[in-house]
Design a protein around this ligand. Structure first.
Ligand code: PGA
Length: 247
């Protein structure tokens, strides 16, 4: 199974559902549709209405983040996994670099993953090195730490997806070389196999993915799909990624 996950970040109002309608109509008719899943993570404000609209449709709706407590608490503006599940979210991202840079620690991320799974949300756990770490050849060390400090064998690996997003690649148009990415993805799967007893959850790539460069990524069979930021805000760009991937 492949995944195409669109991360809208701070984008979207109710009428932006037009974008999803168009993606969904392509997805429902695509002859390759059973080979992949499409998940969109709009901002919190749209999760409930979009989930209702797409309840019996192919697209799934997820959240971009969740709070590190399970249900209710006195944390202003926080949204828990329980609250997300109750408005129809099926997935949540955890550990996106935008949130790590705003203070998410490994302990917080572990709680987010734990409570999201407990509330039957599938977790897309994001990892990635920054420019300096890459320059100093620390990428694999950093990724190993990010994985082993948060993921645990007791977590249900069938409900975990890992998204490898090099921070220097997000929104920059820069992407790793195919050989670099293949090596890194194989390494991530090796670590995941050691955490989860022999088999690895799906591993996605994210960072400046578009309809053109997806051609390069599709050669790397170890990559199970994509986390797509900028290009997910246009139905045409998003559909082009899927089309070119299966061409
Ligand atoms: P990008 O974002 O596709 O715009 O680089 C990816 C992400 O941050 O998830």
């Amino acid at each position: 199974m492949r995944y195409f996950i669109g991360n809208w970040k701070m984008f979207g109002v109710p009428k932006s559902i037009n974008i999803l309608n168009k993606i969904n109509s392509y997805y429902s008719r695509d002859k390759n549709r059973n080979k992949y899943r499409v998940i969109i993570t709009p901002p919190y404000t749209l999760i409930e209405s979009y989930s209702k609209n797409f309840k019996n449709k192919r697209i799934s709706i997820g959240s971009q983040n969740c709070y590190q407590k399970e249900k209710f608490s006195s944390n202003t503006a926080a949204i828990s996994p329980y609250m997300l599940k109750n408005v129809g979210a099926k997935y949540t991202l955890v550990g996106h670099s935008d949130n790590r840079s705003e203070g998410d620690t490994d302990v917080m991320l572990k709680n987010k993953v734990k409570y999201a799974l407990k509330n039957n949300l599938k977790v897309v756990f994001c990892i990635g090195e920054n420019k300096k770490e890459k320059k100093n050849k620390r990428t694999l060390v950093v990724l190993k730490k990010q994985l082993t400090r948060v993921l645990e064998r007791k977590f249900n690996k069938n409900n975990v997806i890992v998204a490898y997003e090099p921070i220097w690649s997000i929104g920059t148009g820069k992407i790793p070389t195919a050989s670099e990415l293949k090596k890194t993805t194989i390494y991530i799967k090796k670590i995941l196999k050691s955490i989860f007893k022999h088999s690895s959850p799906a591993v996605l790539y994210g960072g400046s993915v578009d309809g053109d460069n997806v051609e390069i990524f599709k050669e790397i069979k170890e990559i199970d799909g994509f986390l797509i930021g900028g290009a997910s805000k246009s139905h045409k760009k998003f559909i082009d990624i899927i089309k070119n991937y299966y061409r």
